[in-house]
Design a protein around this ligand. Structure first.
Ligand SMILES: [Zn+2]
Length: 228
């Protein structure tokens, strides 16, 4: 086995210490390898032919909001970007990660749909409501969440308070993220051509409802009611 030469010694120690803590995940992987043999042909075809996902999904990193789980999507269906509070930094913002994924999904993978999915109870949105000055020890997080303040201010303008304000801020932030998608020229082009559609979703952790923004009525509608 090749000896690792590039890691710093501190990193090597951290990797060694981490062997025990991931045993559960590795056991899970063993289960995956031994139980998913019936899907091997499909997985091999994906590996050989490459991916052709149907949609770009931009969602929160929250461990409870798993896109494949709540949409029953399969391997290869979704090109996924997850970050804190499903944020889409505008083009030319300091962050390049989301923009690079958007460009790749739209211009190379040629996805047909772009979904931004938030969730009620989002910790990132809550932090923006409570005030980012409280994040004295999380400077990266504080900077990341600054863009959410606009969404929160829009929600506050509605006069709502408490949980209703929290829910409205989550919804406003998803809609702002949809607008921010359009700051990317590649997205503007496919929207003008009518080849890609954008979708705003909010997932409810308690009820497991998925709410979908309906631009016709300017309202959030239970996904089950939109099914044909
Ligand atoms: Zn979240």
């Amino acid at each position: 086995m090749a000896k690792t030469k590039r890691l710093m010694s501190k990193t090597v120690r951290a990797v060694k210490r981490g062997r025990e803590t991931t045993q559960g995940f590795l056991a899970g992987h063993q289960h995956f390898r031994s139980n998913f043999f019936q899907e091997r042909t499909f997985l091999k075809r994906l590996a050989v032919e490459g991916q052709t996902p149907k949609a770009l999904y931009i969602g929160c990193s929250d461990s409870r909001v798993v896109p494949e789980y709540l949409t029953h999507a399969g391997v290869g269906d979704l090109f996924v970007v997850r970050n804190i509070a499903n944020h889409v930094p505008k083009r030319r913002a300091k962050d390049l990660s989301v923009g690079a994924a958007i460009e790749y999904a739209v211009t190379v993978l040629k996805v047909k749909d772009i979904i931004v999915c938030g969730h009620y109870g989002c910790g990132g949105v809550k932090a923006a409501i409570d005030g980012l000055d409280a994040l004295t020890k999380q400077v990266e997080l504080k900077t990341w969440l600054k863009d959410l303040v606009d969404s929160v201010d829009k929600a506050k303008a509605s006069g709502l308070t408490g949980d209703a304000l929290f829910r409205r801020a989550v919804e406003e932030h998803v809609l702002d993220a949809l607008d921010d998608l359009i700051s990317f020229s590649c997205v503007r082009e496919v929207l003008d051509a009518g080849t890609v559609h954008v979708h705003g979703w909010v997932y409810d952790l308690h009820s497991t409802q998925l709410m979908v923004f309906d631009a016709d009525t300017d309202a959030w509608v239970d996904a089950l009611k939109l099914q044909k």
